[in-house]
Design a protein around this ligand. Structure first.
Ligand SMILES: NC(=O)c1ccc[n+]([C@@H]2O[C@H](COP(=O)([O-])OP(=O)(O)OC[C@H]3O[C@@H](n4cnc5c(N)ncnc54)[C@H](OP(=O)(O)O)[C@@H]3O)[C@@H](O)[C@H]2O)c1
Length: 260
């Protein structure tokens, strides 16, 4: 039963991605399976995993057994940086593990060896053109590294997934992605800052929500994709329940101001 659906953002021609999804880092197979099923039941349609998380098979099984049409669910996985040079076999292994015919977004998890690796990006473009993934992107890339792979291939990543939270807010980072047409996706919305910050607590009390929900709503207001991780059904539901209130301009500015 769907109670809530996230708004979406267009990340590439004709491809949209929910703004709020579920993270699965450090979730065991059973936790990941149960969390993904619980999330899909309450209306999540974006699930984030990675080859390095070791739970792709459980995530894929939960997606397949959810009863939802495959095209309603947006699945992200990631190439381990040490697999640069073995891109095709890595995505084929991810698809096999998940039991899926394609993924929706495939990311280079970190710049391999700290390098942008345009050759790896070329293989990503081939995987997309071959229908193995609908969209391609990167994670933990700097703006200069985005420019390096875009300049070498003429194709910009649809998404850059980086650590992002109120304490990390930086207007220049937002602008750098917007100017390049690259959708910003944040990881560690809670772990990368202090959810007990008085500014967040005060705004949360004013809206009758939790500080966690304020952080997620702030991402939505900025148009930043966010993938909170939880394996607890009540917290999974609460983390999607952020579309019934809005932050005003003053509140957004105060949260932005937590960036150091
Ligand atoms: N690309 C990358 O390099 C990269 C790096 C790190 C993470 N990620 C992705 O981003 C996702 C999110 O980041 P993260 O896993 O580091 O952490 P996070 O989402 O910032 O925080 C997760 C922690 O917060 C707790 N939590 C979740 N919702 C809560 C709520 N409503 N109230 C209170 N506590 C709550 C969770 O515990 P319970 O599970 O017990 O609820 C867990 O301990 C990851 O799972 C992964 O998919 C990507």
């Amino acid at each position: 039963m769907s109670t809530n659906l996230s708004p979406t953002v267009e990340i590439a021609d004709g491809i949209t991605m929910p703004l709020v999804g579920l993270g699965t880092w450090q979730a065991s197979d059973q936790e990941a399976y149960d969390a993904v099923r619980a999330a899909l039941d309450v209306g999540y349609r974006l699930i984030d995993t990675a080859t390095l998380y070791g739970n792709e098979a459980a995530v894929g099984r939960a997606v397949r057994e959810s009863g939802l049409p495959r095209e309603d669910i947006f699945v992200t996985t990631k190439l381990p940086p040490r697999n640069a040079g073995r891109e095709r076999e890595t995505i084929e292994a991810s698809l096999k593990a998940m039991g899926l015919e394609h993924i929706d977004l495939w990311l280079i998890h970190w710049p391999p060896g700290g390098e942008a690796r345009p050759d790896t990006w070329e293989r990503f473009i081939e995987a997309r053109d071959g229908g193995l993934t609908r969209a391609i992107g990167v994670s933990n890339y700097s703006p200069a590294q985005l420019d390096e792979i875009t300049g070498a291939t003429g194709i910009a990543p649809a998404v850059n997934q980086i650590e992002w939270a109120p304490a990390l807010y930086d207007a220049a980072t937002v602008a750098a992605h917007r100017n390049r047409g690259v959708t910003l996706e944040g990881w560690s919305p809670f772990n990368a800052g202090d959810v007990r910050d008085p500014v967040l607590v005060e705004i949360a009390e004013r809206h009758g929500v939790s500080a966690h929900q304020v952080i997620l709503r702030w991402h939505v207001e900025l148009g930043v994709v966010v993938i909170p991780k939880s394996v607890d059904p009540a917290r999974i539901a609460a983390n999607l329940d952020v579309f019934g209130f809005r932050l005003d301009g003053d509140e957004i500015a105060r949260i932005d101001g937590l960036g150091r």
